[in-house]
Design a protein around this ligand. Structure first.
Ligand code: FAD
Length: 312
């Protein structure tokens, strides 16, 4: 028996990888099923290794490229529509800078922009990252949990750990990992039935990387701030204003959108912002997923399962 502590994206991907390899396991999470208590609930679900490569380490670009296939094999719906990156006229040099710092893109101009007709009216140029994908986090987590239940994995709110322990408690693991910090992220969910976008769109912004992820049925997730201070707790007015202004700047039709939800959480991160799976003092930790929970948890799940099998 293997015990996994934590049923967020780190815990459920690790459990799925181990269950697939035939291990017997239990998942313990005092909060029960994924919900607003966990950071994973608030994610955009972008599997965007090349865009993230603007600031992320090379191993994130490399390992993140396997995420879309892993999620698909696990039964999640993976939208392989790529990512479009645009900049307002005043920030046009940002697009050149972004293009220089990333790979895996082509520049679209004129008719090329017809793949997102709504934006073709407003932007002259965009970068298109065709190989990128996205999932809907809440649906993807539910698929993993249902898959695990179907394989007979037990979920407990409290249980005595049995066998090797894999600690996937996110920020709660700060009791054992004092170098873990929380990087606050805030998001908004909008409904704008008249707006059609087929893929995540990033609007380059001098203060934070803003993106809009289509969820279908006219629903869009808009994220995300990235603040070192502030911890968890309710969304701040300034962030809401900036996020909503950016949506409006992307297309004025967002002015008529219904605001469905605000959310915030603190992303668990190590000092170098690189996620890892490692053994420490008798348990395996999977943590530090930072901005890359859905992108990097498949690679960490494989690494954690390998560590368990080395031990056996
Ligand atoms: C606004 C926002 C947007 C984001 N967008 C993206 C994105 O587009 N793409 C991407 O890849 N990532 C994104 N992220 C990052 C991603 O959400 C995080 O990296 C990820 O959710 C961290 O997952 P986790 O499983 O480590 O933590 P969590 O999801 O917080 O899960 C930890 C779990 O541990 C449980 N727990 C706590 N204490 C205990 C205990 N004592 N015993 C057992 N269990 C316990 C908790 O109840 C919780 O369920 C985003 C984050 C935010 C905030």
């Amino acid at each position: 028996m293997i015990t996994i502590l934590g049923g967020g994206v780190a815990g459920l991907t690790t459990a799925t990888e181990l269950a697939r390899r035939g291990h017997l396991l239990q998942v313990v999470d005092p909060a029960g099923a994924p919900g607003p208590h966990g950071c994973s609930w608030w994610a955009g679900g972008m599997l965007a290794p090349f865009c993230e490569g603007e600031t992320a380490a090379p191993e994130i670009i490399r390992q993140g490229q396997r995420a879309a296939d892993w999620w698909q094999a696990a039964g999640a719906t993976v939208h392989r529509m790529g990512t479009l990156v645009v900049a307002l006229t005043r920030d046009r040099t940002e697009l050149d800078r972004f293009a220089r710092r990333t790979r895996g893109h082509v520049t679209l101009e004129g008719d090329g922009l017809a793949l997102e007709p709504l934006l073709a009216e407003r932007f002259e140029r965009a970068l298109f990252f065709a190989e990128e994908a996205h999932v809907t986090p809440r649906a993807a987590l539910a698929v993993l949990r249902a898959g695990l239940e179907a394989r007979g994995v037990a979920f407990h709110r409290a249980a005595t750990p049995e066998g090797p322990v894999i600690d996937c408690r996110g920020l709660a693991a700060r009791d054992l990992l004092p170098d873990l910090r929380g990087v606050r992220g805030e998001m908004v969910v909008l409904r704008a039935p008249d707006i059609v976008l087929h893929r995540p769109v990033r609007l380059l912004h001098p203060r934070f990387p803003l993106y809009i992820v289509p969820r279908g049925d006219g629903v869009f997730m808009l994220g995300a701030t990235q603040l070192e201070a502030g911890g968890r707790g309710p969304v701040r007015l300034r962030s809401v204003v900036e996020l909503l202004n950016a949506a409006y700047a992307l297309h004025p039709a967002f002015a008529e959108a219904e605001v469905l939800e605000f959310g915030a959480d603190a992303r668990p991160a190590f000092a170098d912002n690189i996620p890892r799976a490692f053994r420490q003092e008798g348990r395996i930790h999977v943590n530090g997923l930072f901005r890359h929970g859905f992108l990097m948890s498949p690679a960490l799940a494989v690494a954690a399962a390998d560590l368990i099998e080395e031990q056996a």
